[in-house]
Design a protein around this ligand. Structure first.
Ligand SMILES: C[S@@+](CC[C@H](N)C(=O)[O-])C[C@H]1O[C@@H](n2cnc3c(N)ncnc32)[C@H](O)[C@@H]1O
Length: 227
C-alpha cells in the first residue's frame, strides 16, 4: 500500500538540512523531552529497525505494523519499503507539526496524531486487534520508571503473541541508570530481548533491541490506567 519514493541522505549534514529538519527542530524546541534529539534517525538505523518488518504477518492476512513516535517519517519510509504491499502501516506521532509533515510525504501509511499510550484505542479505530510489529524510536531514556513500564505494558499487550517489538537506543547513554532500567523493563516484559551491534557511524551512535514473546500479566494490564 505504500509508495517507495523516500530519499535517504547518508550524510548527517544533508540529513539535518533536508527532509524537513526545520519541522523536526521546531518540535524538539517545543517539546525537548518528547523528541529527545536534534536529528532524525539516519538511514542505517532506520533500516536496522525496519528489518524486523520483513516477513511479518501470516499467509492470508495483511501484516499490521505500528510505528510509535514516527516523527517526520525517517523510519517510516524504511518500514514501508520492507512491508508487503498489503501491509497496514499505522504511524503514531504526538507532535501535530511532525505528524502533518509525515502525512504530506504520502508514504501510504495511516498517520495518527496521538499519544502512543492510547494505542489500544488507535488499533480499535483501525479495526485491528493486535499488531505483528511495533517499531519505536521514543526517547526511552528520558522517560521515568513508571512511564517506561506503562508504555512497554501497553505495547506488549497490543502485540500478537508471535509479534516483534523493536526499539532504538543511543549507545553513548548505554550505562546511564535510565538506559539500564529500560533494558531491565524490556527483559521483564519480553521472553526474548536481543540487543544489536552499535552503529558507530550513526549520529549519535545507536543500537536497537529486538524483543519477542510478550509476557504481560493480567496484573500489569489491570494496573495500566490507559486500558
Ligand atoms: C527521537 S524522535 C524520533 C522521530 C523519528 N521516528 C526518527 O526516528 O527520526 C521521538 C519522536 O517520538 C515522538 N513522541 C514522544 N513521545 C510520544 C508519545 N507519547 N506518543 C507519540 N509520539 C511520541 C516525538 O514527538 C518524536 O517525534
Amino acid at each position: 500500500m505504500a509508495s517507495h519514493s523516500a530519499s535517504h541522505p547518508q550524510d548527517p549534514v544533508q540529513r539535518a538540512l533536508g527532509g524537513g529538519w526545520g519541522t523536526f527542530l521546531a518540535a524538539a524546541a517545543r517539546s525537548p523531552r518528547d523528541v529527545g534529539t536534534l536529528l532524525p534517525s539516519g538511514p542505517e538505523l532506520a533500516q536496522r529497525l525496519a528489518a524486523v518488518v520483513a516477513g511479518a504477518g501470516q499467509a492470508g492476512r495483511p501484516a499490521v505494523v505500528v510505528e510509535v513516535g514516527a516523527g517526520g517519517g525517517a523510519v517510516t519510509a524504511a518500514i514501508v519499503r520492507e512491508a508487503g504491499r498489503d501491509a497496514v502501516v499505522i504511524a503514531v506521532e504526538k507532535d501535530p507539526g511532525l505528524a502533518e509533515r509525515l502525512r504530506s510525504r504520502e508514504l501510504g501509511v495511516r498517520v495518527v496524531t496521538a499519544d502512543a499510550a492510547t494505542l489500544p484505542a488507535i488499533l480499535a479505530d483501525h479495526g485491528v486487534d493486535r499488531a505483528d510489529v511495533i517499531v519505536s524510536v521514543l526517547p526511552w531514556s528520558l522517560f521515568g520508571p513508571r512511564q517506561q513500564r506503562e508504555f512497554l505494558t501497553i505495547f506488549a499487550a497490543a502485540l500478537r503473541s508471535d509479534g516483534v517489538f523493536t526499539a532504538a537506543a543511543y549507545s553513548l547513554g548505554y550505562w546511564t541508570p535510565a538506559a539500564r532500567r529500560f533494558r531491565c523493563e524490556l527483559e521483564r516484559t519480553f521472553g526474548e530481548v536481543l540487543p544489536t551491534r552499535t552503529l558507530w557511524r550513526h549520529l549519535p551512535p545507536a543500537m536497537t533491541y529486538v524483543c519477542r514473546r510478550p509476557e504481560v500479566t493480567d496484573e500489569d494490564i489491570t494496573a495500566d490506567p490507559n486500558r
